[in-house]
Design a binder for this molecule. Sequence first.
Ligand code: NAD
Length: 331
Amino acid sequence: MNIDNQIEQLRNIIRQHEYQYYVLDDPKVPDAEYDKLMQQLRDLEQQNPDLITPESPTQRVGGVALSQFSTVRHEMPMLSLDNIFDEDGLIAFDKRIRERITVPSVNLEYCCELKLDGLAVSILYENGNFVRAATRGDGNVGEDITENVKTIKSIPLKLTGDDIPSRLEVRGEVFMTHQAFEKLNHDAEKNHEKIFANPRNAAAGSLRQLDPRVTAKRSLSFYCYGVGIFEGAPLPNTHYGRLMQFKHWGIPVSEHVKIVTGVDAVLDYFHNIENQRMSLGFDIDGVVIKINQIELQQQLGFVARAPRWAIAFKFPAQEQITQLLKVDFQV
Ligand code: NAD
């Protein structure tokens, strides 16, 4: 098979997996297998850059808004993250950043966070009041899930404190704890209803319900990890400072967010979280490393589907909680 056909065939398989995962919340292969296919495609495209097209899965944020929901156009795109899988990847990420920034620092300050395995959500507050929530969708257009997100009890409907921007878009992950997931599937089995493959799919399926009363019965959790637009008041000039400010206003932020300096300290954080992974009570699939200074983030900017100033450092693949049916898509 020539290289054009090989790349196109790989893209078609990936697109079908993305449809199952993002649109139907019903993946047919484990994430590690999808990641492997994406890596193969990235490698082939890197060797043949003239064959890269804007429609390639490597150039887009996966996902699409279901037509049953009203849509929300994100004022600032909701991007994905690039991945690394080992120490060499981390060293290369750190090096790439130092080569780009104008004030090279010997040891860069990184904000390290859990990579929560759920669903990205944008929540807009106006004058401190919760007014709208949306899914990431394709990064530009998401689904309006305002009423569903309002049923998540840990998310404040009103922020309290001083100097809250008049418009503030908080971004974070909605996820399901293991305990809530087990209860949901236990009840579903009793009632002969759909059994979810894993907590991520259960969270996505619960949030993208047309009837918010169904969402209200599901136990969902939320941690904030970032910000979209804000107007009317400044925010702290570091990523960590912003998260702590949000926490102060009542928004849930994970206690595992940590500032570290230099690559060795990032590695320590990664291994430390990897050791605690099984006792967290919810799924994570790695850690996320972000440049802490907002000014440096702005200098670094974005590529097609991800910021240059952040990277997902993924854990090695592990057995899924529920064994997924292995299917081969026909192309
Ligand atoms: P991603 O999960 O690789 O990375 C971006 C997402 O990470 C963000 O949108 C956000 O939701 C999330 N995130 C969690 N914690 C975060 C934090 N602290 N800071 C910032 N973001 C954080 O995103 P993706 O592009 O949606 O998709 C790839 C993931 O989905 C991979 O894990 C892949 O294996 C899986 N996937 C699986 C299949 C399948 O068939 N099994 C298909 C498509 C995608």
